[in-house]
Design a protein around this ligand. Structure first.
Ligand code: NAP
Length: 469
């Protein structure tokens, strides 16, 4: 998503000498890699689109993953950037040397560039839990982001580990197909009810005929999301209270068996973890062939999962919907800045960056959806567009000859990070739960302020925060 965006916007700005490196043989990032049953984006499709490429054809309010993948491929083709992508070309190392970035691909290719944009994603590297015996399982075993479509599911016994957004979508998609579905829950989740109506042919025709309808859908949904995210960063806001009420009512009204209801009731506040949206998760988990297993996994055995109560849950397929290693970002690529300093060493405690975009000592290096950015509260496409606009203003300084190297000062970066982590401690994400938003200190790794503040910050770089050479 962010790489295609960069290519389109660089071209528009008259940059012609650029290359997009892609390790896979197809574009699409998260939407290429995640193909699990039930996958959809819970940001409305008319907002989860490039601002400059609205799409009248979205089938649903929250369209499925395959449609999103097709959208990115179509936009890249239409904007003429697909030929600029070097597929099957994984970048292994980049080093700043002689005033430029020296780039090496894993297959021995080399390039020398003035500026680098890292559009490598956030939820990218699967988190494989260290559960004893995983390697001894006799059935099919895979992570949700590595779905094995050759494995038969119909009529079989399927186990799913995890209760995040991914697991919830898989449960609803599979429950009617499988003989038995066992959901291994370590922590209960609040579920926000969310209907997903299809767009009728008449509605799509209207979107096609009247582009202003698409523009106003984007603007209206954007305003709603910005208000919602404003609520998240203030743990006691009226928006938070409304979310809590809706989640609690959903649990009370949808789950009939009081014992099951208590097992599904989280012990922390709604939206502390990333809010899970679903029209039918509670309905699915109450089906006769579904079981919510809360006893804790002791180990995996050849025949299934043994829980701490001694019971063996016999399975043919085990899916790890256990999330991602969210502190990786551009890694495992080796990034070597000035004086041979590696990004891995600079980030040895935890990743950080000035405004989530650039790092002191790494000139002309810009990340999209980098560390501590707005991950939990906005459309990541909108975030990437704003960040790219900011980075391009800095790249413009290089093009105009105003400087040859630009990187943020260590002082400005430390000041920003201190202010950010202080504010992050007051958000709902720090209200007492374990989630992928938290760093090693338990501080949320996210933009802790409103969308308006983010947009203002992205509108123009404050050059006093940068060192220009
Ligand atoms: P996730 O939210 O990180 O959830 C991982 C799940 O695995 C959690 O329930 C976690 O339990 C469990 N888990 C991890 N290690 C475990 C272990 N050793 N034993 C038992 N359980 C374990 O991952 P995700 O569901 O893939 O979602 C990641 C993010 O992707 C989402 O938050 C969202 O931002 C995005 N996403 C969005 C959508 C959508 O738009 N609808 C769909 C999918 C993903 P604990 O809670 O106890 O840690």
């Amino acid at each position: 998503m962010a790489g295609i965006l960069s290519a389109i916007k660089l071209r528009e700005a008259g940059f012609d000498d650029f290359t997009v490196y892609e390790k896979a043989d197809r574009l699409g990032g998260t939407w290429r890699e995640n193909t699990y049953p039930g996958i959809a984006c819970d940001v409305p499709s008319h907002l989860y689109s490039y601002s400059f490429a609205p799409n009248p054809e979205w089938s649903h309010r929250f369209s499925p993953g395959s449609e999103i993948q097709a959208y990115f491929e179509e936009v890249a083709d239409r904007c003429g950037v697909t030929p600029r992508i070097r597929f099957g070309s994984e970048v292994g190392r980049v080093a700043f040397s002689g005033g430029r970035w020296q780039l090496e691909t894993k297959d021995g290719g080399r390039d020398e560039v003035d500026a680098l944009i890292a559009a490598t994603g956030v939820l990218h590297h699967p988190n494989i839990p260290s559960i004893e015996g995983l390697d001894r399982f006799g059935g099919a075993l895979f992570h949700s982001a590595r779905w094995d479509h050759a494995v038969k599911l119909d009529g079989r016994r399927v186990g799913i580990v995890g209760t995040g957004s991914t697991a919830v979508q898989i449960v609803s998609a599979l429950v009617d197909r499988v003989a038995k579905l066992s959901l291994f829950q370590r922590t209960a989740q609040w579920i926000m009810p969310q209907e997903n109506p299809p767009y009728s042919e008449a509605e799509r025709a209207a979107f096609r005929r009247r582009p202003e309808l698409l523009r106003s859908a984007y603007a209206e949904l954007g305003s709603l999301f910005h208000a919602f995210s404003g609520g998240l960063v203030d743990a006691d806001s009226p928006e938070m209270k409304a979310i809590e009420r809706a989640c609690r009512a959903n649990l009370e009204q949808s789950v009939r068996d009081p014992m099951l209801r208590e097992k599904l009731r989280p012990s922390y506040r709604a939206a502390c973890k990333r809010l899970v949206m679903s029209p039918n998760f509670y309905e699915s988990i109450q089906k006769p062939n579904a079981e919510l297993v809360t006893d804790g996994i002791e180990r995996v055995e050849a025949d299934g999962v043994r829980t701490r109560d001694g019971r063996l849950h016999e399975l043919d397929v085990l899916v790890l919907a256990t999330g991602f290693r969210v502190d990786r970002f551009v890694r495992p690529m080796q990034v070597i800045g000035r004086e041979g300093r590696s990004l891995d060493a600079v980030w040895s405690r935890r990743p950080s960056a000035y405004l989530s975009i650039c790092v002191p000592g790494f000139p002309n290096f810009f990340m999209l959806n980098g560390p501590n950015g707005p991950v939990g509260n906005f459309s990541l496409i909108e975030v990437a567009e704003l960040q790219l606009g900011y980075a391009m203003k800095l790249i413009e300084l290089l093009r105009s000859g105003r400087c040859r190297e630009i990187s943020p000062s260590a002082e400005a970066t430390a000041r920003f990070e201190a202010e950010r982590s202080e504010a992050a401690r007051r958000t709902i994400w720090a209200s007492g739960c374990r989630s992928w938003y938290l760093d090693d200190r338990g501080v949320p790794m996210s933009w802790p302020w409103t969308f308006d503040r983010f947009r203002d910050e992205m509108s123009a770089p404050k050059l006093e925060a940068f060192e220009l050479r």
